[in-house]
Design a protein around this ligand. Structure first.
Ligand SMILES: *Cc1c(COP(=O)(O)O)cnc(C)c1O
Length: 237
Protein backbone atom coordinates (compact mmCIF):
# COMPACT_ATOMS: atom_id res chain seq x y z
CA UNK A 1 0.00 0.00 0.00
CA UNK A 2 2.89 2.36 0.59
CA UNK A 3 3.45 3.23 -3.03
CA UNK A 4 -0.24 3.81 -3.46
CA UNK A 5 -0.43 6.19 -0.51
CA UNK A 6 2.55 8.13 -1.78
CA UNK A 7 0.78 8.47 -5.10
CA UNK A 8 -2.35 9.97 -3.54
CA UNK A 9 -0.29 12.50 -1.65
CA UNK A 10 1.55 13.52 -4.80
CA UNK A 11 -1.68 13.76 -6.78
CA UNK A 12 -3.29 15.94 -4.14
CA UNK A 13 -0.24 18.20 -3.96
CA UNK A 14 -0.33 18.64 -7.72
CA UNK A 15 -4.06 19.48 -7.75
CA UNK A 16 -3.63 21.91 -4.86
CA UNK A 17 -0.80 23.66 -6.69
CA UNK A 18 -2.91 24.10 -9.79
CA UNK A 19 -5.91 25.34 -7.82
CA UNK A 20 -3.69 27.91 -6.15
CA UNK A 21 -2.26 28.97 -9.52
CA UNK A 22 -5.73 29.34 -11.03
CA UNK A 23 -6.84 31.43 -8.01
CA UNK A 24 -3.76 33.62 -8.44
CA UNK A 25 -4.46 34.15 -12.15
CA UNK A 26 -8.05 35.11 -11.36
CA UNK A 27 -7.10 37.32 -8.40
CA UNK A 28 -9.22 35.19 -6.08
CA UNK A 29 -8.35 34.08 -2.55
CA UNK A 30 -7.74 30.33 -2.29
CA UNK A 31 -10.34 29.94 0.44
CA UNK A 32 -13.12 30.89 -1.98
CA UNK A 33 -12.71 27.51 -3.66
CA UNK A 34 -13.63 24.20 -2.00
CA UNK A 35 -11.97 21.09 -3.38
CA UNK A 36 -14.37 18.14 -3.40
CA UNK A 37 -12.51 14.85 -3.75
CA UNK A 38 -14.75 12.64 -5.89
CA UNK A 39 -14.31 9.20 -4.35
CA UNK A 40 -16.93 7.21 -6.29
CA UNK A 41 -15.87 3.57 -6.84
CA UNK A 42 -12.84 4.13 -4.57
CA UNK A 43 -12.31 2.18 -1.33
CA UNK A 44 -12.52 3.66 2.16
CA UNK A 45 -8.77 3.20 2.70
CA UNK A 46 -8.09 5.74 -0.02
CA UNK A 47 -10.71 8.12 1.38
CA UNK A 48 -9.13 7.87 4.83
CA UNK A 49 -5.73 8.64 3.34
CA UNK A 50 -6.98 11.74 1.54
CA UNK A 51 -8.87 12.79 4.68
CA UNK A 52 -5.65 12.48 6.69
CA UNK A 53 -4.13 15.02 4.30
CA UNK A 54 -6.73 17.60 5.28
CA UNK A 55 -9.59 17.06 2.81
CA UNK A 56 -13.07 16.97 4.40
CA UNK A 57 -15.32 17.22 1.34
CA UNK A 58 -16.03 14.05 -0.65
CA UNK A 59 -18.28 13.54 -3.66
CA UNK A 60 -20.24 10.41 -4.51
CA UNK A 61 -22.78 9.73 -7.24
CA UNK A 62 -24.52 6.70 -5.76
CA UNK A 63 -26.74 6.65 -2.68
CA UNK A 64 -25.52 3.16 -1.79
CA UNK A 65 -21.88 4.25 -1.71
CA UNK A 66 -22.62 7.22 0.56
CA UNK A 67 -24.49 4.97 2.99
CA UNK A 68 -21.77 2.31 3.09
CA UNK A 69 -18.80 4.65 3.31
CA UNK A 70 -20.47 6.92 5.86
CA UNK A 71 -21.13 3.89 8.04
CA UNK A 72 -17.56 2.61 7.94
CA UNK A 73 -15.72 5.93 8.19
CA UNK A 74 -16.34 7.49 11.57
CA UNK A 75 -14.60 10.79 10.85
CA UNK A 76 -17.07 13.63 10.32
CA UNK A 77 -16.64 14.08 6.56
CA UNK A 78 -18.86 16.19 4.31
CA UNK A 79 -20.58 13.93 1.78
CA UNK A 80 -21.71 15.64 -1.40
CA UNK A 81 -24.32 13.91 -3.53
CA UNK A 82 -23.24 14.80 -7.07
CA UNK A 83 -25.04 12.15 -9.12
CA UNK A 84 -28.55 11.71 -10.44
CA UNK A 85 -30.85 11.04 -7.50
CA UNK A 86 -33.83 8.68 -7.64
CA UNK A 87 -36.77 9.87 -5.60
CA UNK A 88 -37.24 6.56 -3.76
CA UNK A 89 -33.66 6.72 -2.43
CA UNK A 90 -33.73 10.22 -0.97
CA UNK A 91 -34.78 8.97 2.45
CA UNK A 92 -31.52 7.07 2.88
CA UNK A 93 -29.24 10.07 2.56
CA UNK A 94 -31.25 13.15 3.43
CA UNK A 95 -29.58 13.42 6.85
CA UNK A 96 -26.15 12.15 5.72
CA UNK A 97 -25.28 14.52 2.91
CA UNK A 98 -24.21 18.15 3.33
CA UNK A 99 -25.24 19.24 -0.16
CA UNK A 100 -27.22 17.70 -3.01
CA UNK A 101 -25.75 19.08 -6.26
CA UNK A 102 -28.11 17.42 -8.71
CA UNK A 103 -31.65 18.78 -8.37
CA UNK A 104 -33.20 19.34 -11.78
CA UNK A 105 -36.97 19.15 -11.29
CA UNK A 106 -39.64 20.43 -8.92
CA UNK A 107 -40.78 16.84 -8.36
CA UNK A 108 -37.35 15.88 -7.04
CA UNK A 109 -37.12 19.05 -4.93
CA UNK A 110 -40.55 18.36 -3.39
CA UNK A 111 -39.56 14.78 -2.59
CA UNK A 112 -36.37 16.00 -0.88
CA UNK A 113 -38.38 18.58 1.07
CA UNK A 114 -40.80 15.91 2.22
CA UNK A 115 -38.05 13.58 3.48
CA UNK A 116 -36.24 16.50 5.12
CA UNK A 117 -39.43 17.38 7.02
CA UNK A 118 -39.77 13.81 8.27
CA UNK A 119 -36.21 13.87 9.61
CA UNK A 120 -36.59 17.42 10.88
CA UNK A 121 -33.60 18.73 8.91
CA UNK A 122 -33.07 21.52 6.40
CA UNK A 123 -31.27 20.38 3.27
CA UNK A 124 -28.97 22.49 1.12
CA UNK A 125 -29.26 21.92 -2.61
CA UNK A 126 -27.95 23.15 -5.95
CA UNK A 127 -29.79 23.12 -9.26
CA UNK A 128 -28.02 21.10 -11.94
CA UNK A 129 -27.93 22.99 -15.21
CA UNK A 130 -27.30 21.44 -18.61
CA UNK A 131 -25.56 24.57 -19.90
CA UNK A 132 -24.37 23.02 -23.16
CA UNK A 133 -27.76 21.36 -23.80
CA UNK A 134 -26.27 17.92 -24.36
CA UNK A 135 -29.08 15.40 -24.76
CA UNK A 136 -27.08 12.74 -22.92
CA UNK A 137 -27.01 14.74 -19.69
CA UNK A 138 -29.29 15.38 -16.77
CA UNK A 139 -29.93 18.94 -15.69
CA UNK A 140 -32.35 21.68 -16.56
CA UNK A 141 -31.93 24.07 -19.50
CA UNK A 142 -30.97 27.66 -18.65
CA UNK A 143 -34.29 29.12 -19.82
CA UNK A 144 -36.21 26.82 -17.45
CA UNK A 145 -34.29 27.74 -14.31
CA UNK A 146 -36.11 30.76 -13.02
CA UNK A 147 -39.46 29.00 -12.77
CA UNK A 148 -37.81 26.14 -10.87
CA UNK A 149 -36.04 28.57 -8.52
CA UNK A 150 -39.32 30.29 -7.61
CA UNK A 151 -41.07 26.98 -7.05
CA UNK A 152 -38.25 25.68 -4.85
CA UNK A 153 -38.20 28.89 -2.80
CA UNK A 154 -41.58 27.94 -1.29
CA UNK A 155 -40.30 24.63 0.10
CA UNK A 156 -39.70 25.08 3.82
CA UNK A 157 -37.03 22.41 4.40
CA UNK A 158 -34.83 23.19 1.40
CA UNK A 159 -32.29 25.95 0.95
CA UNK A 160 -31.20 26.67 -2.61
CA UNK A 161 -27.54 27.66 -2.45
CA UNK A 162 -26.44 27.84 -6.08
CA UNK A 163 -25.90 26.05 -9.37
CA UNK A 164 -23.98 23.04 -10.62
CA UNK A 165 -23.01 21.85 -14.08
CA UNK A 166 -21.21 18.96 -15.69
CA UNK A 167 -19.54 20.54 -18.70
CA UNK A 168 -19.02 18.58 -21.94
CA UNK A 169 -16.10 16.20 -22.21
CA UNK A 170 -13.53 18.11 -24.25
CA UNK A 171 -9.86 17.72 -25.15
CA UNK A 172 -9.19 21.39 -24.66
CA UNK A 173 -10.62 22.82 -21.42
CA UNK A 174 -10.73 26.29 -23.00
CA UNK A 175 -13.74 25.05 -24.96
CA UNK A 176 -15.71 24.90 -21.70
CA UNK A 177 -14.90 28.46 -20.63
CA UNK A 178 -18.05 29.82 -22.26
CA UNK A 179 -20.24 27.30 -20.39
CA UNK A 180 -18.68 28.16 -17.03
CA UNK A 181 -19.06 31.84 -17.75
CA UNK A 182 -22.71 31.34 -18.71
CA UNK A 183 -23.40 29.44 -15.49
CA UNK A 184 -21.85 32.20 -13.42
CA UNK A 185 -23.97 34.82 -15.20
CA UNK A 186 -27.12 32.78 -14.53
CA UNK A 187 -26.18 32.59 -10.87
CA UNK A 188 -25.60 36.35 -10.65
CA UNK A 189 -28.94 37.02 -12.37
CA UNK A 190 -30.88 34.84 -9.96
CA UNK A 191 -29.05 36.23 -6.95
CA UNK A 192 -29.93 39.79 -7.96
CA UNK A 193 -33.64 38.95 -7.64
CA UNK A 194 -33.28 38.47 -3.85
CA UNK A 195 -35.69 35.57 -3.61
CA UNK A 196 -36.62 34.23 -0.15
CA UNK A 197 -34.65 31.12 0.91
CA UNK A 198 -32.35 31.46 -2.11
CA UNK A 199 -28.73 32.57 -1.63
CA UNK A 200 -26.82 31.53 -4.78
CA UNK A 201 -23.30 31.71 -3.35
CA UNK A 202 -22.18 28.31 -4.66
CA UNK A 203 -21.04 27.52 -8.18
CA UNK A 204 -20.12 23.83 -8.46
CA UNK A 205 -18.27 23.45 -11.73
CA UNK A 206 -15.00 21.99 -13.02
CA UNK A 207 -13.69 18.41 -12.97
CA UNK A 208 -10.24 16.88 -13.50
CA UNK A 209 -10.04 18.04 -17.10
CA UNK A 210 -11.20 21.61 -16.65
CA UNK A 211 -11.18 22.76 -13.01
CA UNK A 212 -8.59 25.48 -13.60
CA UNK A 213 -10.70 27.20 -16.25
CA UNK A 214 -13.75 26.78 -14.00
CA UNK A 215 -11.94 28.54 -11.13
CA UNK A 216 -10.92 31.36 -13.45
CA UNK A 217 -14.62 31.72 -14.31
CA UNK A 218 -15.80 31.81 -10.70
CA UNK A 219 -16.22 28.22 -9.46
CA UNK A 220 -16.55 28.00 -5.67
CA UNK A 221 -16.55 24.18 -5.67
CA UNK A 222 -14.54 21.96 -7.99
CA UNK A 223 -15.18 18.21 -8.15
CA UNK A 224 -11.97 16.32 -8.83
CA UNK A 225 -11.92 12.51 -9.03
CA UNK A 226 -9.37 11.05 -11.43
CA UNK A 227 -6.87 13.82 -10.72
CA UNK A 228 -6.69 12.75 -7.06
CA UNK A 229 -7.59 9.05 -6.94
CA UNK A 230 -6.42 7.92 -10.38
CA UNK A 231 -8.49 6.20 -13.05
CA UNK A 232 -11.68 4.48 -11.99
CA UNK A 233 -12.04 0.80 -12.73
CA UNK A 234 -15.67 -0.10 -13.35
CA UNK A 235 -16.34 -3.78 -12.88
CA UNK A 236 -18.80 -5.35 -15.25
CA UNK A 237 -21.23 -7.41 -13.23
C1 LIG B 1 -17.22 11.51 -11.59
C2 LIG B 1 -17.66 12.91 -11.43
C3 LIG B 1 -16.73 13.94 -11.24
C4 LIG B 1 -15.23 13.74 -11.23
O1 LIG B 1 -14.78 13.45 -12.51
P1 LIG B 1 -13.21 13.39 -12.84
O2 LIG B 1 -13.14 13.68 -14.30
O3 LIG B 1 -12.74 12.04 -12.47
O4 LIG B 1 -12.56 14.45 -12.04
C5 LIG B 1 -17.23 15.23 -11.05
N1 LIG B 1 -18.55 15.49 -11.05
C6 LIG B 1 -19.47 14.53 -11.24
C7 LIG B 1 -20.91 14.89 -11.22
C8 LIG B 1 -19.06 13.20 -11.44
O5 LIG B 1 -19.99 12.25 -11.62
Amino acid sequence: MKGCIGMLKENLKYVEKRIQAACDRAGRPRDEVTLIAVSKTKPVEMIREIASLGIVDFGENKVQEIIEKNEIIKDPLNWHMIGHLQRNKIKYIVDKTCLIHSVDSIKLAMAIDEEAKKKNVVISILIEVNVAKENTKYGIYPEEILELVYNISYLSNIRLKGLMTIAPFVENPENNRVHFSNLRNLCVDIKSKNIDNVTMNILSMGMTGDYEVAIEEGATMVRVGTGIFGQRAYHVS
